[in-house]
Design a protein around this ligand. Structure first.
Ligand SMILES: Cc1cc2nc3c(=O)[nH]c(=O)nc-3n(C[C@H](O)[C@H](O)[C@H](O)COP(=O)(O)OP(=O)(O)OC[C@H]3O[C@@H](n4cnc5c(N)ncnc54)[C@H](O)[C@@H]3O)c2cc1C
Length: 415
């Protein structure tokens, strides 16, 4: 290694930028190469879609962003980032039943779950109260000994089973069941699959400790803060440069590929060990998201008006319904009532304008059966809990899995 080690990062998504920023703080010299005209990957926002209102083109809600130990080390708040929480972190409306709400405090969430309050606290309380230790365990390298083994022992057993089984075994109310199962669905896999309990518990515990905030002014603010750390520490970002051969890059002591397995296999000049190549070849991409952004002339007219005060809304009905449609999607079949993730950023950040961010879970690489199919299915799902929603829509833009991949090569088949 030279006196000042030099790193090259390929890809400027939030992970690539975080790696670059961290290395710079450790005294490295860093160059980032990005194929798109602007940095940020799937964490970019735009004001050009709907005449000035900000639209998050990828990520919108940030439970992991606000809790990220890596982000904390970078002090992004000193570089302009502000997290904004809505009165409720998440709402989950149910047909003909009380809505379920995830609040920023476990006491408030549990109080809304009636006879399940105790069981809810049993499952989440210890994680909420020691969230940093759990994040230390869970966000570190997977194959190392956990830093807090006692906490891991307590977290592990319920986390190993499926979120659906856990929900139905522990809870009697549809509300508590739906909250757990739909939190697990952020992993974009059916909550009936083993290990999804871990996602449900962790997402829920994050909501009840750090919240599920949005970034003030758009997710782009996270990228802008990371870029600011990089520039203020002497790093360089080269946009509009697609790397297809590592031998094109300047000499470096380390190369970090902010890419997915298929892309790495297609790169020239990697000299991958056969064992590594084999491991990457085994990687299976998952289902996709089909994104629809709406411009509204009024807030969504939810039947339960409290839903309008949640940043994230899970639109998918009961645990059984969610498990069924997610299994269908994983099997390559498009359900008529897909699980829909909604973010109403305006509930947390009034600077955003009245835009509604949504996506449906769809099969990998899904192509619509007729033009506008997914926009219609998403609209139908929202109308189910907010009759009259259709009349509030002024404009909408759909982004298919293929379009997502064309925008950012890491989103293979919309995964
Ligand atoms: C529609 C959508 C909604 C999402 N919602 C959320 C959410 O609400 N909350 C959340 O936490 N997460 C969400 N995510 C996930 C989140 O965006 C990703 O986890 C995150 O962006 C991953 O960051 P990354 O740095 O690994 O890669 P990416 O953000 O994917 O960035 C990879 C970068 O590498 C560049 N690149 C690829 N190939 C090359 C090459 N050969 N040469 C040079 N550059 C290259 C790409 O152009 C891109 O800029 C969402 C993602 C999508 C697509």
């Amino acid at each position: 290694m030279s006196a000042q080690p030099h790193a090259v990062v390929v890809g400027s998504g939030p992970n690539g930028l975080s790696a670059a920023a961290r290395l710079l703080l450790e005294g490295w010299d860093v160059d980032v190469y990005e194929s798109a005209p602007t940095p940020g990957g799937a964490a970019r926002s735009t004001a050009s879609l709907f005449g000035g209102a900000i639209v998050d083109l990828g990520a919108a809600g940030h439970p992991f962003g606000v809790a990220s130990p890596a982000f904390q080390k970078l002090k992004l708040e000193e570089h302009g980032l502000t997290w904004k929480n809505a009165p409720y972190e998440m709402a989950h409306p149910l047909d003909g039943k009380e809505t379920a709400f995830l609040s920023g405090s476990i006491e408030k969430t549990a109080a809304g779950l009636g006879s399940d309050a105790k069981a809810w606290d049993w499952l989440h309380g210890h994680v909420v109260r020691d969230i940093d230790k759990h994040l230390d365990n869970l966000l570190g390298p997977m194959l190392s000994i956990p830093r807090h083994p006692v906490h891991m022992l307590r977290f592990g057993p319920p986390a190993l089973v499926s979120a659906a089984t856990l929900a139905k075994t522990l809870f009697k109310t549809e509300q508590a069941r739906a909250l757990l199962a739909s939190s697990a669905v952020h992993a974009i896999t059916s909550p009936s699959r083993p290990l999804t309990g871990a996602f449900g518990i962790l997402f829920g515990a994050l909501g009840q400790s750090r919240g599920w905030p949005v970034a003030k002014g758009g997710t782009q603010a996270i990228v802008d803060a990371l870029v600011s750390v990089i520039y203020s520490n002497g790093g360089r970002i080269h946009t509009g440069v697609e790397i297809s051969d590592l031998r094109e890059l300047p000499a470096a002591d380390a190369i970090i590929l902010n890419l997915t397995p298929r892309q790495i296999l297609q790169l020239h000049g990697t000299s991958l060990a056969p064992k590594t190549r084999k491991r990457l070849e085994k990687w299976k991409y998952g289902p996709a998201v089909y994104k629809v952004d709406f411009l509204l002339n009024a807030p969504v007219p939810w039947t339960d008006p409290r839903v309008g005060t949640a940043a994230t809304v899970h639109v998918g009905g009961t645990v059984d319904e969610i498990s069924f449609v997610e299994s269908e999607v994983a099997a390559g079949r498009m359900p008529d009532r897909p699980f829909v993730m909604v973010c109403q950023q305006y509930a947390a950040d009034p600077t955003r304008g009245l835009t509604l961010w949504s996506y449906a879970h769809v099969p990998h690489g899904y192509i619509e059966r007729y033009p506008g199919e997914i926009r219609e299915l998403i609209t139908g799902q929202i109308e189910r809990f907010a009759p009259g929603f259709r009349e509030t829509v002024v404009d909408a833009t759909s982004t298919s899995p293929c379009e997502l991949e064309a925008w950012n090569a890491n989103l293979v088949g919309g995964d």
